[in-house]
Structures are given as structure tokens and as C-alpha cells.
Design a protein around this ligand. Structure first.
Ligand code: SF4
Length: 747
């Protein structure tokens, strides 16, 4: 106990309202006598009671820590004021079991967006009318210039979303359903996890069985069953038995199984050697590339393959996040930790769920943490939202349960908090919808939560039978789940359909359409690249420096170095020495940068400012690193962490970038957004302190526009043929998995 109290001297718990009883006990133990504890939470957003969360932990926090300072965060950067006010009106019906009522705090949120926001209530006759009405409203929004990704339809349960999926499909509106199946249950993820498990424990029979049976290896299922039974009988590991049987010509194994076992074991030996030295993400990367899994999926032209690669990408993200938190980022430790999380019910949503080219359909639980400009909260009828209380299918152990109380009241409060979370996902506009007729004999009254949040008069009592047609419709099969319809996944997009592109996408497409497909359609994961991480950390540090200067706040070189180190990640370096060398190089570069800036005394007009402009149906997005206002006019600066020999070379690179690359796009963005052509663009090479400069002319803007149009037309076509050559493929991060790569003699 003391060891951990010494190790963690300051503790911060986020989303404290979601902690259970045991977790709070653990936090108290860790905080020990020092009591250096900060918790952040909102009792009105506690929605995981079904898995043991105790909102009482937050409400009663001050009873356990009476000396704690309370800081109320009431500025809201998401929703318009009307939406916040309605949500607050609703949640007060949970009093007195709220912090506001218990402690007398004023938790009313104030919108910092300077927008009123809009809130509407629409009543339809039947479930189908409601779904059609919502689809029609979205269609109007799209015609008015909104992107599909601006809209979300939220419901209490997955099956409430079925009619909306049908209606959107009928109108040809792209949509995406989120969170119907968790990441860890996807076959491609299971394969990766099973391989990692066999590396951590070669005697893990279940993992070996599943991995060998995966189509990637293709062992015969009957052989696998025999091997499993034999391993149990002989008390041996499946892998060890498979190895000995594959090498025994008299065994009954099918040729396919022998080949599967041979391939698996060969790869397993190599990975096991890497697992001793390398962090887990690198071992996993070796598996997905060397086994052919990634190459196979990335080369497939189906939407399913795109999703699978994106799921792998998601897994890499999780592993890269967990790895550095462990004492040692090695396979055995990491998979042990991950299995614990999985056992506890952790199962993140599958990848690429949020896609700006699709309307999103999701449950309110899945929407936690997300936000959308326009939200339709649907099927808001009694017995739908709130849902009736049901017996728990798997009761929680008593240690994890909430303190005994009024179960019915607690259930209603939890449902109300869920409704509150749904309302506050909306940024600009919230539409609440319901229909009296969802099938069945009884007419559905509007949800009490609609009445509460809009302060409506209570519904008069009446009962009428539901329409026969609607009753029959209940038995129709659920709407087929539309796959994500990306033009970029092989289906063309019309010229008038919205498309959003960035500099990276334009550049990748014009370099090689297949590279674009790998990077932006399939989202093939890449091994950590220390050069990219170095650039990100340096940009972060420079931004912190400028932000302080622009606000007139003091900042020293050491502060900037601390920001640089804070954004640093050790992943991908060949050795500790290599990492130290780069860190040192960065620290020195920052000291020189701060010296130069302080001597120059110029404060930028803006840093890391985002831009967004439209060319027809194409939206171009990006970010300027720095904007300066000089006597000659506006100057756009892009920071580079790469090397450059001298000013002449730097000027050449700036001119090239203005003519053919990102600086041209940045100049075009400025002139489109502000109607002013920047005087010049600059590349600032941070290491050497050298500036490359180039004056902007109308010709450069026209060229940048033509590049956007060419790339957008190509992306819309949905064709991504390879365009290999030695130079491009030599620099291409996908060359390792690309069968067309000229760098490996493919074409
Ligand atoms: S390796 Fe070459 S052909 Fe393949 S995607 Fe990259 S640039 Fe295109």
C-alpha cells in the first residue's frame, strides 16, 4: 500500500461520476495521508449504473474530503444557451439527489459560443412518419449546404434506430450506425490478440487454437478439434502438440493443417524473438505485415476490408496508449493488462465510426463524449425513453452495487441523466421527436422528459389502438445496416456531393492514388515514425510559446522545452541513445528558436489557425502554422523540422511548395477566406533558423486551385490505381505492403 502511495503522489481521476464503490475505495487508499487528490466529474452525466457506477461517489465526495476546494466549471463550449437551459430544466427533476440540491451549488451552464441554439419538438403519427420526417429534414439540411456528418440521430436503444436507417437509405443519404458490435469481437482484432496471447504464453491453448483456425493460416477445423482434445488428454500445449504432429509423417493431419502450423510456428519464432526486445506495437506491426494480413486487407477493394484495416488502426492506437503506462511495454505485460480490461467489460466501438461524409445513428450511451451540430433525439415516448426497469440479467456483486435505495427512483434518475447527455450532444440545433404509434395496442404518450425539459403541460389521458399497419410493421426485419458509403471506397461520388479534403489528402492522391487509398480510405496503420513525432512535439512547443507571447504572458526557453518533452513519445526509436540524441537536438533547437524570437520581437497575428473554404461541393480544410502581418502584407509561415543547407536552398523549397505543394494551398485558403492575397509564404527551418521565402502571385493561386480540383475529381471517381516510380515508392510508407511498389521491384 505504502509503495503505491509513494509512487503516485498526486492523483487525478477524470469522469469520477463513473467510478464504482471499489474504485473509490482504491482511490482513497492511494491518496493515503497526503490526500493529494483531484477528481473531475459531473453527477448529471452519470449513466453507467448498470455496470456499477455510483453517482453517490461524486455527490458524497465532500463528506470524505471536506477540505477539498470546489471549482465549478460552468462555461460550455459546445451547445447553444437554449439547449443548455432546457437540459438544466430537465435535470432538476432529479433533485434532491444532485450536487446542486445537496450542496447548493449553481451548476447552470453558460454557453461560451455566443449562440442561442435552437430546440424543437416534432410530433408524428407513426414510427414510419417520424423516420421519414427526420430523413426529410436532414435532406433539406444537406441541400442547404450542411455536411452529412453534421447530423446525428440518437435513440435510447439500437433497435429504435431501424426505421431511421430505412428512411435514410430510401432517400440515398449516406449514414453510419455506430457501436453495434465492439472492437474486440471483430475477427481481425481477435486474431491479433490471440497471436499476442500465444507470444505471452505459448501454452495458451485457446489462443493457439483460434489463431491457427483463422483463415489467414487456415488449419482444418477437425484437425484443430483433435489437437485440442489431444492436448487436454496429454496435458500438453496445443502449439507444442501441433508442432510435433506436423513433423510426424504418420500423423493424421491434413496437408492444409501441416502448412498452417508450419507457417504459424515460423512466424511465431520470429515474433517471440522481437517480443523480447521491442515494444508491443512494433511486434504487432511485424505480425500484421509479415503474416500478409495487412497487405491482403489493404489490397482488397471491399468496404469490409476498409473497415477491418481501420479496426487494426484502432487497436494500434489502444496499444500505443497503454504501452507507455506499463512498467515495461512488452507483449506479456500488455496483453495481460488488455485482457483484464476486456474482462472488466471494456470493448471500444469499432473504428472510423465518426465520418464526416455520413449521418450518424447511435444510442445515447454510445454518443457520450461526442458532439454534432444537429441532433435528432428520437422515439421519445414513454416505455421507450425512459425504458421500463428490468431485472438485471447479471446482478452486480454486492461490493460493487450502489447503496441500497429506491430502485425504481434510481432507475428513473439514471434514465433522466441519459436523456440529459443526449440533449447536450447538440451544438446548434436539437430536435426532439416522437409518435404516439409505435405499434402495439396502447398509444404511446410523449416521454415525461420531453414534458419536463420543454416545460409542456402534461398530456391529457386518452387511449387509442395503434394503427394496424404500424402493428404489422413491427414484425418487419430490422433495416439492413448500410455499410459506410465512401466514394473513396470504390463507389463514385457525384460532382455535387460534398467532399472534404486536406493538403495531405490532395498531396497523397496526386502523388499516387493508391497511396491515397492506403492512407485515407483503408487507413492502413503505420509503424511509429520518430521523425513525425519529433515534428509534432516541436510544433506543439512552438505553439505554446507563441500563445504565451500573444497573450503577453511570460515564458522561458525552459518552459517551451517542458512543453516539447510533454508531447514527446519514446516509440519507434532504435535505441535509448538514439532517442536521447533527438531529444537533445530538440532542446537545443528550441533554445535557439526562443533566442531568435525574442531578438526579433515580432508577435504573430495568429498561430495554428484552422481554415476551411469551399470550391464547389469540395470543402478544403487545414491549418496555418503562423500568420504574420508585415509592411508588405500578410505572410504565411510553415515550420519545418527537416534540415536545409542554406538560404538559397530554403528559398527553392519555399517556391516549390508554393507552386506544387502545401504553401500554394495555404495561400489559396487565405485569399478565399479573406479576399486578400498574402504577400508571401515562408518555410521556417527551426533547427537551422533559416527562412525560405517566396512571393505569392495569382498564378500560384490558380495552380493550387487546379490541384484541388484535380484531386477532388479523382477522389470522387473512386478509382485509386497505383502510380509507382522509384522516387515516390522510395519515400512511400506503404511500400512494405504494396505489391506495385517500384522500390521493391513490383512494377
Ligand atoms: S509504394 Fe508506390 S505504388 Fe505503392 S502506394 Fe506507394 S507510391 Fe503508390
Amino acid at each position: 500500500e505504502r509503495e503505491y502511495q509513494e509512487r503516485f503522489r498526486y492523483i487525478l481521476v477524470d469522469e469520477f461520476q463513473d467510478t464504482n464503490h471499489v474504485q473509490f475505495q482504491l482511490v482513497k487508499l492511494l491518496a493515503g495521508k497526503r490526500r493529494n487528490l483531484t477528481v473531475v466529474g459531473d453527477d448529471d452525466q452519470s449513466i453507467y449504473r448498470f455496470r456499477g457506477a455510483r453517482v453517490e461517489n461524486l455527490i458524497g465526495f465532500l463528506d470524505h474530503f471536506p477540505e477539498a476546494k470546489v471549482q465549478l466549471l460552468t462555461g460550455n463550449y459546445r451547445s447553444g444557451q437554449r439547449i443548455l437551459d432546457a437540459a438544466h430544466r430537465l435535470i432538476q427533476f432529479n433533485n434532491p439527489a444532485r450536487l446542486e440540491a445537496e450542496r447548493g451549488f449553481d451548476k447552470r451552464l453558460r454557453s461560451r459560443r455566443g449562440l442561442e441554439g435552437a430546440i424543437e419538438h416534432r410530433v408524428y403519427r407513426t414510427a414510419s412518419d417520424e423516420a421519414d420526417g427526420v430523413a426529410a429534414a436532414i435532406s433539406e439540411g444537406l441541400a442547404a449546404g450542411r455536411d452529412p456528418g453534421d447530423f446525428a440521430i440518437l435513440a435510447r436503444a439500437h433497435n429504435h434506430l431501424d426505421p431511421f436507417a430505412s428512411s435514410l437509405k430510401q432517400r440515398g443519404i449516406r449514414f453510419r450506425r455506430i457501436g453495434t458490435r465492439g472492437l474486440y469481437s471483430r475477427p481481425e482484432i481477435q486474431l491479433c490478440l490471440n497471436v499476442l496471447r500465444t507470444l505471452a504464453d505459448p501454452d495458451d491453448g485457446a489462443a493457439a487454437y483460434m489463431a491457427l483456425g483463422d483463415p489467414l493460416f487456415g488449419a482444418d477445423p477437425v484437425d484443430l478439434a483433435r489437437l485440442g482434445a489431444g492436448a487436454r488428454r496429454l496435458n500438453r500445449g496445443v502449439l507444442a502438440l501441433a508442432e510435433s504432429q506436423a513433423g510426424d509423417p504418420s500423423s493424421k493431419l491434413q496437408p492444409a493443417s501441416r502448412e498452417a502450423i508450419r507457417r504459424f510456428l515460423e512466424l511465431h519464432r520470429r515474433l517471440a524473438a522481437s517480443a523480447l526486445r521491442r515494444p508491443t506495437s512494433e511486434v504487432l506491426y511485424e505480425f500484421v505485415t509479415e503474416s500478409g494480413l495487412l497487405g491482403e486487407l489493404a489490397g482488397e477493394d471491399s468496404l469490409e476490408a476498409v473497415d477491418q484495416v481501420q479496426n487494426l488502426n484502432r487497436l494500434f492506437g489502444i496499444i500505443s496508449r497503454i504501452g507507455p503506462l506499463l512498467r515495461q511495454d512488452r507483449v506479456a505485460q500488455l496483453i495481460g493488462h488488455l485482457d483484464l480490461l476486456i474482462e472488466m467489460g471494456d470493448d471500444p466501438a469499432v473504428a472510423a465510426d465518426i465520418d464526416e461524409n455520413s449521418v450518424h445513428l447511435l444510442t445515447v450511451h454510445n454518443a457520450k463524449g461526442l458532439e454534432f451540430p444537429v441532433v435528432f433525439l428520437v422515439q421519445l415516448a414513454e416505455r421507450r425513453f425512459p425504458q421500463p426497469r428490468r431485472p438485471e440479467p447479471l446482478p452486480l456483486p454486492p461490493e460493487l452495487r450502489s447503496a441500497p435505495g429506491d430502485e425504481k427512483l434510481d432507475h428513473d434518475r439514471e434514465e433522466r441523466r441519459l436523456f440529459y447527455v443526449g440533449m447536450t450532444r447538440a451544438r446548434d440545433r436539437l430536435v426532439l421527436t416522437h409518435a404516439p404509434d409505435y405499434g402495439g395496442r396502447r398509444e404511446h404518450k410523449p416521454s415525461r422528459f420531453v414534458v419536463e425539459c420543454l416545460d409542456l403541460p402534461p398530456e391529457p389521458k386518452r387511449a387509442a389502438a395503434a394503427s394496424p399497419l404500424e402493428s404489422i410493421a413491427r414484425y418487419a426485419p430490422a433495416a439492413e445496416i448500410a455499410p459506410p458509403e465512401l466514394a473513396t471506397a470504390g463507389r463514385p461520388l457525384g460532382d455535387d456531393q460534398p467532399l472534404t479534403v486536406s493538403h495531405g489528402q490532395i498531396d497523397d492522391f496526386l502523388t499516387c492514388p493508391l497511396k491515397y487509398r492506403f492512407a485515407h480510405v483503408a487507413q492502413v496503420p503505420l509503424q511509429s515514425n520518430p521523425a513525425v513525432m519529433y515534428g509534432i512535439a516541436m510544433h506543439h512547443a512552438i505553439r505554446i510559446y507563441h500563445q504565451h507571447r500573444m497573450k503577453g504572458l511570460p515564458i522561458t526557453a525552459e518552459d517551451v522545452i517542458a512543453a516539447f518533452e510533454g508531447a514527446w513519445s519514446s516509440e519507434g526509436f532504435y535505441s535509448r541513445e538514439h532517442e536521447e540524441q533527438r531529444l537533445d537536438q530538440g532542446r537545443r533547437a528550441i533554445r535557439r528558436f526562443v533566442e531568435r524570437e525574442q531578438a526579433a520581437r515580432t508577435v504573430p497575428l495568429a498561430v495554428e489557425k484552422e481554415f476551411k473554404f469551399r470550391l464547389g461541393a469540395t470543402t478544403v480544410v487545414g491549418r496555418w502554422d503562423r500568420i504574420d502581418e508585415t509592411r508588405e502584407g500578410v505572410v504565411l509561415v510553415d515550420y519545418k523540422t527537416s534540415e536545409v543547407a542554406d538560404s538559397q536552398k530554403a528559398d527553392e523549397r519555399a517556391l516549390k511548395s508554393l507552386k506544387e505543394e502545401q504553401l500554394g494551398l495555404y495561400a489559396l485558403a487565405y485569399s478565399e477566406m479573406y479576399g486578400v492575397t498574402p504577400a508571401r509564404v515562408e518555410l521556417e527551418f527551426v533547427e537551422a533558423g533559416i527562412h525560405g521565402r517566396a512571393a505569392v502571385t495569382p498564378k500560384h493561386l490558380a495552380r493550387a486551385r487546379a490541384r484541388v480540383e484535380e484531386a477532388a475529381a479523382g477522389i470522387r471517381s473512386g478509382n485509386f490505381p497505383p502510380d509507382p516510380d522509384q522516387r515516390k515508392c522510395g519515400y512511400c510508407p506503404y511500400a512494405r505492403i504494396c505489391i506495385h511498389s517500384a522500390a521493391r521491384g513490383g512494377e
